[in-house]
Write a protein that binds this ligand. Structure first.
Ligand code: ATP
Ligand code: MG
Length: 553
């Protein structure tokens, strides 16, 4: 599916590293914080990290960055593993930053012993106030010149739980006048008496991101540590810590975050949508989460293709969700089973048909030679789409109207003879005739019609629910304003069709099948289905508006 393309900047770096002999193999990692479900932005990072070690010798670790005890949950760990696997990737080692808490503690002691870290009694707020600004140097803490012995003693007592939360921190001793604010004696450890999802109550001091991330990379011999652009200023500290600790020199490389329009890609914001009930859980099919996309009917292939097409960039931009839809439509066209479903039924009675059921043959997928056929029942009472009939049609309306002929897909040509209305004047039935010699595949009728309609036979029809989705937000970038992003939620993002009618073959649908409902779009069975009521989610429509736009340039 992926076409040949030129190397991205990371591939160029890696090819050089392999050629020069700097590395024999490359080791990358995908390092999620388990504080939410993965979203489409993470998919980019996953495809990048795992993709590199598929292309070049080496492997990728899955590392849970679980240094923050209060927000992390096992539910998130499990969902992250499921999503990475579903996308088609397998990690070499499953690791947790918390696996390294002992090592990290020893590293901290090493810095103290070398006079490169000190215990500060200032509160985090006081520390922030003394940091200075990009144009103003910071101020040394009064505790900066403590002796090594005193620092060691206090640090051990911090670990032993002698002090309350926030009472003391461990800080690197670098330079309070450094041009890079992150180098002004950054906090390495803070006190937090909190239960951790893996280490339980063993620790009451926890390392800060900057003191855990690079060291974890180093412990795992990560050769190329890839992160997003907001970490560019952190690289100096990353390198400083590795150098002073004299540990394996991992290197950090940055690429632009990938965000798509009409949605949000931030776990914190997605969590708000879930908690405040704006959506039905993390896997709501409108969500930008991988689990939401999966439930919506996206395929791993289509998401990987999307990530490959957007590639890696050095500059942030908002990617058009139309490209994602284009990728899934392209894949589903190849694999989806064709089925007929009438969303808004209008009854048709064939006055010249005996009522005996005839089973017609129809291709499962004309795009695939191996997809085979299915049988569709045809009889004297059928449903067609209400919108496929007009009593007073405009010119070029090639569907049903009084006296007009259409072909029923895979079946016969019919002609509308009479329109039946109820007391209120509403059309409730069409009396039609059919042409027995016009059967699809063996048509000898000599009739020619322009319109072909989808339909289902009434007696065998299976009632189903359809869930149709629109953009979750009504503006391209809901976070690009002062207003609460939730004020831009699209009130019409979900439309439910309670009683649509499906051809009987759909009664056997499973959660992994993909369908094209003729003339309606691509659909997938939803987990809310019961034997009494099947529920289908619309993945995407049939129209290929995005590709046309792109061709136009
Ligand atoms: P969020 O704001 O959604 O919590 P995060 O960056 O804090 O995102 P992490 O769990 O720390 O989430 O991310 C794991 C990895 O995925 C990191 O390497 C991060 O850089 C990458 N990542 C997260 N969001 C995106 C995105 N939108 N585009 C590309 N990579 C991303
Ligand atoms: Mg984060």
């Amino acid at each position: 599916m992926t076409e040949e393309r030129s190397l991205n900047f990371l591939e160029e770096i890696i090819e050089q590293d392999l050629q020069s002999g700097k590395h024999q193999q490359i080791v990358t990692r995908f390092p999620p914080e388990p504080n939410g479900y993965l979203h489409i932005g993470h998919a980019s990072s996953i495809c990048l990290n795992f993709g590199l070690t598929q292309r070049y010798p080496g492997y990728t670790n899955l590392r849970f960055d679980d240094t923050n005890p209060t927000t992390e949950e096992t539910e998130y760990v499990d969902s992250i593993k499921q999503d990475v696997r579903w996308l088609g990737f397998e990690w070499k080692h499953e690791r947790y930053a918390s696996d390294y808490f002992d090592t990290l503690f020893n590293y901290a002691c090493k810095l103290i012993d070398r006079g490169l870290a000190y215990v500060d009694d200032l509160t985090p707020e006081e520390i922030a106030a003394q940091k200075g600004t990009p144009t103003q140097p910071g101020v040394d803490s009064p505790y900066r010149s403590r002796t090594i012995e005193e620092n060691r003693d206090l640090f051990l007592r911090m670990k032993a739980g002698e002090f309350p939360d926030g009472a003391r921190t461990l800080r690197a001793k670098i330079d309070m006048t450094h041009l890079n604010m992150l180098m002004r004696d950054p906090i390495l450890y803070r006190i937090k008496h909190a239960h951790h999802h893996r280490t339980g109550d063993k620790w009451c001091i926890y390392p800060m991101y900057d003191f855990a991330h690079g060291q974890s990379d180093s412990i795992e011999n990560i050769t190329h540590s890839i992160c997003t652009l907001e970490f560019v200023p952190h690289r100096e500290l990353y390198d400083w810590l590795i150098k002073k600790l004299e540990i394996y020199p991992s290197h950090q490389y940055e690429f632009a975050r990938r965000n798509i329009n009409y949605t949000v890609t931030s776990k914190r914001k997605l969590l708000q949508l879930v908690q405040e009930g704006h959506v039905n859980g993390w896997d709501d099919p409108r969500m930008s989460t991988i689990s939401g996309l999966r439930r919506r009917g996206y395929t791993p292939e289509s998401i990987r293709e999307f990530c490959s097409r957007i590639g890696v960039a050095k500059r942030e931009n908002l990617v058009d969700v139309g490209l994602l839809e284009f990728c899934v439509r392209e894949h589903l066209n190849k694999i989806a089973l064709r089925r007929m479903v009438v969303a808004d039924p209008l009854l048709i009675t064939l006055t010249n048909h005996s009522g005996e059921v005839e089973w017609l043959n129809s291709e499962n997928n004309p795009e695939s030679e191996t997809a085979g056929n299915r049988q569709i029942p045809f009889s004297n009472q059928l449903f067609v789409e209400r919108s496929d009939f007009m009593e007073v049609p405009p010119k070029k309306f090639f569907r049903l109207a009084p006296g007009q002929m259409v072909r029923l897909k895979s079946a016969y040509i019919i002609r509308c003879e009479e329109v039946i209305k109820d007391d209120r004047g509403e059309v409730i039935e069409l009396k039609c005739t059919y042409f027995p010699e016009s059967k699809s595949g063996s048509d000898t009728s000599g009739l020619s019609v322009k319109g072909t309609l989808h339909w289902v036979s009434r007696a065998q029809a299976v009632p189903v629910e359809l869930r149709l989705y629109d953009r979750l937000f009504s503006v391209e970038d809901p976070t690009d304003s002062e207003a609460d992003f939730k004020s831009f939620l699209n009130p019409e993002s979900l439309q439910v069709v309670k009683s649509a009618y499906a051809e009987p073959a759909l009664a056997e649908a499973t959660l992994t099948d993909r369908f094209q409902f003729l003339r309606q779009g691509y659909f997938v069975l939803d987990k809310d289905s019961t034997p009494e009521k099947l529920v289908f989610n619309k993945t995407v429509g049939l129209k290929d508006a995005w590709a046309k736009e792109v061709k136009k340039g």
